[in-house]
Design a protein. Structure first.
Length: 126
């Protein structure tokens, strides 16, 4: 008796036509969205470090002309916010947010581990 063994032929995956440049519209649109998202955040941060009078007088982008001028920058806004009751609001936020994040995570961990290991019994901790 003779046995023959066939070896399967493996073909390499073909590269899509267009290659890397076929995705440039996606990359361009993502960069446009990221830029449009970040510009207002940068403006808020820059204005938070400026004197309130300067914020009312000119836009945040004017700071780039005098970026090294120490009179342009101040931490006074943060001192005022922290001393006038923001600390209590921040503590309340932490008191709500931490349990709202930690409790579901531990609950899902207790349910997810047995499920991932194939245990679907009624005695499961879920």
């Amino acid at each position: 008796m003779t046995t023959t063994t066939e070896t399967p032929t493996v073909t390499a995956p073909t590269k899509r036509q267009g290659g890397r440049f076929s995705k440039w519209p996606v990359y361009l649109s993502v960069w446009i969205i990221v830029t449009l998202w970040i510009i207002p955040a940068v403006g808020l941060f820059v204005n938070s470090l400026r004197d309130p009078g300067l914020v009312r007088e000119s836009g945040w982008w004017t700071v780039f002309g005098s970026i090294l001028d120490p009179a342009t920058w101040t931490l006074e806004n943060y001192r005022v916010v922290l001393q006038e009751g923001f600390g209590n609001a921040f503590a309340n936020t932490l008191a709500v947010t931490i349990p709202a994040v930690v409790i579901p995570i531990f609950r899902l961990l207790r349910c997810g581990f047995p499920t991932a290991n194939g245990c679907r019994s009624p005695t499961s901790p879920c």
